[in-house]
Design a protein around this ligand. Structure first.
Ligand SMILES: [Zn+2]
Length: 502
């Protein structure tokens, strides 16, 4: 905004309020969308990743509405006279019948269900006019630069198509609430942050091209925002927001399993928690380079991809001898204890044994440092209970959350612990996930409208406050089961005195 790259966002800011949004991304990186759309914290809603541990099945599974029911607020807020149009909001279950139009997965980076719409023909309507989206599943692992530049082009194109679809729906539909997500900055933030996800030796010209790419994606989003704000008209209240930020990838989750194994082996004996070897799928995992393996996996249906991910990670664990495991994750580390009474095959007693094991693991992980700099690899370890307190779905969350040191992880050659030995970094100089960027805990909000004072500054605000604020903007009582509060900086003076923000 400062250097003029994002003129539409800047214009919106100049006639409205701006501020940072606190988010749950800092500890549970996949939780911001459900946190936002339920206006509750993760211990209430329970959804933090596209594959989650399920203790009755002793496996990682994709959340589904039977197991983990969640309903986004817009499906409740919409009525016959207050219709909502919602385009591409990620990490929500398939659209269901409600007063409005919802399109899910047209061009999103992250979806729980297959692309779908309500009414069902709305997706076809969009595709027939603007073409299919080219947003593909993310490729795991470092890539050569050409596919990354192609990804940039794909994100630019997808952003333009989503904007066009948004404009067309805005004109065609009756709506009071219109929500649209541009997710190119997300995929771009992961893959185009810098060159630490690039394999091979690209030419200087291509490197320079890559260095400009994320900026271009941001500019495309800004242009899309401008088109939509103009279409909506000057007397519409507009909220432009991001549920979290992006920054250099600090995740060390690729070595967490080895770190944990070292700690458990030393204390529990030689084979503790180590998957039994053998089996064709494990042979495939061990022998096939990661990029090929994931390219191959991407050709399978989602359900089979999930099963493979889950199996490769935890499919052959000997639960009778395993006290803790690291779960599938892509940023922070998630550790689950095999707790008796909670896990179907639990062996760790609640109480003293559980507490002692949590301490052993936490203190053990904190002994690892970078061999070259001597800096610790772990920044802090917390429990969901410390962060969010007790909640109805707290037991679905990992037991320990591992936040990594702030330095980019791609710089490692080795990490070591005086107690547990050395572990090689899988891809020195680059990040093994191929993600050069990853989530940061803060998002932002810019809001402008006829009742919002220009040049205002937003006080402390959280992503759980957005839904209550929308309720209050419509003059509605905020539902009692949400945890956020309406942001008074965005409300007309009358709404404040009417007490519509209870
Ligand atoms: Zn992400």
């Amino acid at each position: 905004m400062q250097d003029g790259s994002l003129p539409n966002l800047r214009e919106l800011r100049s006639r409205g309020v701006y501020g940072r949004l606190e988010s749950t991304a800092g500890w549970l990186s996949g939780s911001p969308w459900p946190t936002f759309y339920t206006a509750t914290m993760p211990n209430e809603h329970g959804l933090y990743h596209f594959l989650q541990w399920r203790s009755d099945n002793m496996a990682m599974e994709r959340p589904n509405p039977e197991w983990l029911p969640l309903r986004p607020f817009w499906r409740e807020l919409a009525t016959e006279d207050r219709r909502a149009v919602v385009v591409d909001l990620p990490m929500a279950y398939a659209p269901e019948a409600f007063h409005g139009v919802e399109i899910s997965g047209y061009a999103t980076h992250d979806h729980l269900d297959a692309p779908a719409a309500y009414p069902p023909d709305a997706m076809e309507w969009v595709r027939a006019r603007f073409g299919s989206s080219r947003m593909q599943e993310e490729i795991y692992g470092p890539q050569r630069i050409d596919p990354l530049l192609a990804l940039r082009d794909e994100l630019l194109e997808a952003t333009g198509k989503v904007a066009s679809a948004g404009e067309a729906l805005m004109a065609r539909e009756d709506w009071s609430l219109f929500m649209i997500a541009f997710t190119g900055t997300h995929r771009g933030g992961h893959k185009l942050w810098d060159a630490s996800g690039v394999r091979g030796r690209p030419s200087p010209a291509k490197k320079a091209d890559l260095a400009r790419s994320l900026h271009e994606v941001y500019r495309a989003c800004d242009e899309a925002l401008g088109r939509l704000v103009r279409s909506a008209g000057r007397d519409t209240t507009v909220l432009a927001l991001s549920l979290h930020g992006m920054g250099p990838n600090t995740s060390r989750v690729e070595v967490l399993d080895t770190m944990l194994q070292r700690i458990l082996e030393k204390h529990d004996g030689n084979n503790a928690g180590r998957p039994k070897t053998g089996g064709l799928l494990h042979l495939l995992r061990d022998r096939v380079p990661v990029e090929w393996r994931h390219t191959l996996k991407r050709r399978f249906p989602t359900a089979l991809q999930d099963k493979l991910s889950a199996y490769w990670r935890l499919g052959r664990v000997d639960w009778a001898a395993t006290r803790a495991v690291s779960l599938v994750a892509d940023n922070l580390g998630y550790i689950r204890l095999n707790l008796r009474g909670r896990e179907r095959m639990g062996i760790v007693d609640p109480g003293e044994e559980y507490d002692r094991l949590c301490r052993l693991i936490s203190e053990g992980l904190e002994t690892f440092v970078d061999v070259d700099s001597g800096e610790p690899v772990v920044d802090r370890i917390a429990t969901p209970c410390e962060l969010y307190g007790q909640g109805p779905r707290a037991a679905l969350l990992p037991d320990l959350l591992v936040r990594w040191a702030r330095s980019p992880a791609s710089g490692h050659r080795w990490i070591e612990s005086s107690l547990y030995g050395r572990i090689p970094w899988p891809t020195p100089g680059i990040h093994p996930s191929g993600r050069s960027g990853n989530h940061r805990s803060e998002g932002f909000l810019v809001a402008a409208g006829p009742h919002i004072q220009a040049g205002g500054v937003l006080g402390p605000a959280h992503i759980i406050d957005i839904a209550p604020t929308l309720y209050a903007l419509f003059g509605l009582r905020v539902p009692s089961d949400v945890q956020g509060r309406a942001l008074t900086e965005l409300l007309p003076v009358e709404a404040l005195s009417e007490g519509g923000t209870s």
